[in-house]
Write a new protein. Sequence first.
Length: 113
Amino acid sequence: MSIQIFGKAKCFETKKAERYFKERRMEYHYKDIGKYGLSKGEYQSVKNAVGGMDALIDEKSKAYESQFIKYLADKSDAEERLQENPSMFKTPIVRNGKKATIGYQPEIWASWK
């Protein structure tokens, strides 16, 4: 089992996810998504697991508003901007192989043991 948590340093939900795995002594790897983003492979895997790009975008983020994503007709432009501005991702993104969740989802993580 290789659990990865992609989150932001100041995100409360990310801290809760880390605490969840620490308390259950489940090993995980944390990656600051705001600083390092997601690789193309990681992005594709997470996108496929959660049902598409729209589930990954935090529409309340300042970066989302400044990039005018909701006005773009071409989805590939939106994906490109999302990769360039990783602060637009909803966090935490928790990945276990081909499975992934967005946000604090302990009921799903419990089945990963």
